[in-house]
Ligand binder design. Structure first.
Ligand code: PHE
Length: 389
């Protein structure tokens, strides 16, 4: 199975850890991407890689950076923290990449960030939202918002949205994923601070197949909403089982739901449920619509948030490389830290003093397997008319 997935990844143009690296020619700049190209979060890595590739094609078509073309090396970490560590070690020590893009899942970014920090290679996570990721050190950046914000967005939406107006929430959390645990804490804090009560807290482990004990217990606690800060494969399975158990209250989640696979797994079992995310394909902004056209020219689907974030992360990296004093890690990092008002597909991106981006979140509603735009919530929280802290 492992051999097969490696072969498939290789055939599709992704390197696996077993391949021999090529050393960089002087007329090119090599950057690395590590992501889950296979496994239960495979769409995270595949979409991100596609977004990065599009940005590379654009910059290379425009002549590259200082006359050098960008070349990408991508390794599949299979969604596993140990694999993520070895992928990044290989990128920085053998392939000698100029910078690293990745990961999506916070737990995997946390596994790899210390390696980039130690070797002085800038790393940009397009989409890891756990606050700890960029705290690893001054080489580690991200282009997405962080979970204290995302958790408060979800709590606010659960409390105030017409269809929910929850006073009682249940939580079902992936207990081994730093993303899930962190987002759960932030949601709980904000939900309680705004006058709500948590009536049940349940845990699962990624890959579990049977959620009936947790869901039965949640059902008897009679919540108005169930918060599930998990990744899409588990969430899809949870939704199917919740429907079987006759649970009809809305479910709510974070960006970890973002995958075309979620709707394929859950179908109408998630109708009336919501999640927060980084972008909506329904956004009429020409930057968003142009990106969708570009993406659809290559791939027969609407890009998800990961593709958009991968694209933005790569473009921010290239902008920093263009203005950096040299292509040394410290010089690129110094430029990345200065990123201000970058007009990205996922919003206007400025990097703050903690190397995080401050941006609005969108809320999407699942309808027969497809996410539909509901609202945008800005960091100040003042975006929705009903907002009262
Ligand atoms: N924010 C998630 C994490 O930190 C990853 C994610 C981002 C998943 C965006 C989907 C979309 O683990």
């Amino acid at each position: 199975m492992l051999v097969l997935s490696g072969l498939l990844a290789g055939l599709m143009g992704w390197a696996t850890l077993g391949c021999q690296s090529q050393s960089a020619a002087t007329d090119e700049i090599v950057i690395g991407h590590f992501g889950s190209i296979t496994g239960s979060e495979a769409t995270f890595g595949i979409s991100t890689d596609r977004g990065i590739q599009l940005a590379i094609e654009e910059i290379n078509a425009a002549g590259g950076i200082q006359g050098k073309k960008i070349r990408l090396i991508t390794y599949d970490d299979k969604g596993d923290a140990r694999e993520a560590g070895s992928a990044v070690t290989r990128l920085v020590t053998r392939d000698r990449v100029t910078a690293v893009l990745g990961e999506v899942a916070s737990g995997l970014s946390l596994a790899a960030a210390p390696i980039c920090q130690e070797y002085g290679v800038p790393m940009i996570s397009p989409s890891s939202t756990n606050p700890k990721v960029t705290k690893v050190g001054d080489m580690i950046f991200r282009v997405c918002f962080i979970d204290p914000f995302q958790g408060s967005v979800c709590a606010k939406f659960a409390r105030e949205h017409e269809g929910i107006k929850a006073s009682k929430a249940a939580i079902l959390c992936d207990q081994a994923a730093p993303y899930s645990v962190g987002l759960q804490e932030e949601f709980e804090k904000a939900f309680i601070a705004s006058g709500g009560t948590i009536v049940s807290k349940q845990a699962y482990q990624a890959g579990d197949q049977d959620f009936s004990a947790q869901l039965t217990s949640i059902r008897s606690s009679e919540p108005d909403v169930i918060f599930i800060p998990g990744y899409y494969t588990d969430v899809g399975n949870i939704a199917l089982q919740a429907k079987k158990l006759g649970i009809t209250v809305p479910m709510l989640g974070g960006d970890g739901w973002d995958s075309v696979k979620l709707g394929q797994i859950a179908g109408d079992a998630l109708n009336g449920s919501y999640y927060s995310n980084h972008y909506s394909p329904e956004d009429p902004n020409p930057r968003v619509q142009d990106f969708i056209k570009l993406y659809q020219g290559k791939h027969q689907e609407i890009p998800d948030g990961l593709a958009a974030l991968g694209y933005d992360a790569a473009k921010i990296l290239f902008q920093a490389m263009k203005t950096a004093k040299s292509l040394g890690g410290a010089d690129i990092a110094a430029e990345l830290a200065k990123t201000k008002d970058f007009a990205g597909v996922t919003g206007v991106i400025s990097i703050d003093g903690d190397r995080n981006a401050i941006k609005p979140a969108v809320i999407l509603e699942m309808k027969d397997g497809t996410p539909k735009f509901v609202t945008t919530i800005a960091p100040s929280g003042g975006d929705t008319p009903a907002a009262k802290p």
